[in-house]
Ligand binder design. Structure first.
Ligand SMILES: NC(=O)C1=CN([C@@H]2O[C@H](COP(=O)(O)OP(=O)(O)OC[C@H]3O[C@@H](n4cnc5c(N)ncnc54)[C@H](O)[C@@H]3O)[C@@H](O)[C@H]2O)C=CC1
Ligand SMILES: O=C(O)[C@@H]1CCC=N1
Length: 270
C-alpha cells in the first residue's frame, strides 16, 4: 500500500509519525510539499520521500491524502484533474465537501472525507470518516486501516455530520490543551512553580481520561465518586456550574460546527 500526502504540514506530520510508529515503512510514504524547508524536515524526521509537485512518481500511489488547508485545496487540486486513475483520494480538510472536490478534480469521485486529530502523532487519535458512494468496500477498508493505525476510527452516516465530528474531536484537542493551560495557571496562582503546576495539571487530565476510557460507568459516575458532599470538589464544581461550563462548551462546539459549514459554503461557491 503506497500512500502519498499532498501537503506536509502539522497534520500530515502527525499522521506520518503515528503510521511509522505502527509499522508502516517510510519507503511506502511520499509527501508533496511546496516549501523546501518543510520537505527537508520531513525527510530528516521521518525518512519519507518528498516531491515539490504532484508528479507521476508521487501519483503512483494507492491512497492520496489531501492535507493542505481548505483554502489551498482548489489550487492544489486543479492541476491534478485528469491525472487520477485508480487512487482513493482522502481529504482531511475541515468543511470542504466531497462534491466540490469532485468538481475540482474534473468529476473524479473516488473520495473519502475524514477528520483526524493531532493525538494521531502518538497513536491516540480519533478519526471520523465518510466515503462517497462510489468508493468500494475494499477501498473503505484500506483507508480505515490507515487511519486506525493512528487511533480510533468512526464511520459517519451522512456527510453533513463531518462538521460536527470536526467540532467535537478534530478541534477537540485544542479545548483540552486550553483546559490544561487553565488548570496550570490556577496552580501557579496557588503558589506552585510552573513545572510543578504543569505536572499536576497534565497528570490529572491524563489520569482522568485513562480512567474514563477504562471504566464502563461513564464520566458522570466517575465525577460523582470524586465529589464528597460538602467537600472541596463540590465547591469547585459549583463555581463551574455558576459559569455554565456545560453551556459554554456546547456553544463553543456549535461555533466550530457552524464555522465548518460556513467554510464549506464559501469554498464551494468558488
Ligand atoms: N491541525 C489540526 O489539528 C487538524 C487539521 N486538519 C486539516 O488538515 C489540513 C492541514 O492542516 P495543517 O496540517 O494544520 O496545515 P499546515 O499549514 O500545517 O500544512 C499545510 C501544508 O501544505 C502545504 N501546501 C499548500 N499548498 C500546497 C500544494 N499545492 N502542494 C503541496 N503542498 C502544499 C503548505 O506548504 C503546508 O506545509 C487542513 O485542511 C485542516 O483543516 C484536520 C484535522 C486536524
Ligand atoms: O482549526 C481547524 O480548522 C482545523 C480543523 C480541525 C482542527 N484544526
Amino acid at each position: 500500500m503506497k500512500i502519498c500526502f499532498l501537503g506536509g504540514g502539522n497534520m500530515a506530520a502527525a499522521l506520518i509519525g503515528g503510521m511509522l510508529a505502527k509499522g508502516y515503512v517510510a519507503g511506502d510514504i511520499a509527501v508533496v510539499e511546496l516549501q523546501e524547508e518543510a520537505r527537508a524536515r520531513l525527510r530528516e524526521r521521518f525518512g519519507v520521500r518528498t516531491h515539490a509537485s504532484l508528479d507521476a512518481e508521487a501519483l503512483a500511489c494507492d491512497i492520496l491524502v489531501l492535507a493542505v488547508k481548505p483554502q489551498q485545496m482548489r489550487d492544489a487540486l486543479t492541476p491534478v484533474a485528469g491525472m487520477l486513475t485508480h487512487q482513493v483520494v482522502v481529504s482531511i480538510a475541515a468543511g470542504l465537501r466531497l462534491g466540490d472536490m469532485a468538481r475540482w478534480l474534473g468529476g473524479y469521485s473516488r473520495l473519502v472525507r475524514c477528520m483526524p486529530n493531532t493525538p494521531a502523532l502518538i497513536g491516540a487519535g480519533v478519526t471520523g470518516l465518510f466515503a462517497d458512494a462510489s468508493v468500494s468496500e475494499a477501498e473503505r477498508r484500506a483507508v480505515g486501516q490507515v487511519m486506525a493505525s493512528v487511533g480510533e476510527i468512526v464511520w459517519i452516516d451522512t456527510e453533513a455530520q463531518m462538521d460536527a465530528v470536526t467540532a467535537v474531536s478534530g478541534s477537540g484537542p485544542a479545548y483540552v490543551f486550553h483546559f490544561i493551560e487553565a488548570l496550570e495557571a490556577a496552580g501557579v496562582s496557588q503558589g506552585f512553580d510552573a513545572d510543578t503546576a504543569r505536572k499536576l495539571a497534565i497528570g490529572t487530565v491524563l489520569g482522568a481520561a485513562r480512567l474514563a476510557a477504562d471504566s464502563d460507568e461513564g464520566p458522570a459516575v466517575l465525577r460523582e465518586r470524586v465529589t464528597s458532599k460538602g467537600g472541596t470538589t463540590a465547591a469547585a464544581l459549583a463555581v463551574m456550574a455558576e459559569g455554565d461550563l456545560l453551556g459554554l462548551v456546547g456553544r463553543a462546539v456549535d461555533a466550530a460546527e457552524a464555522r465548518g459549514k460556513e467554510l464549506g459554503d464559501a469554498l464551494g461557491a468558488d
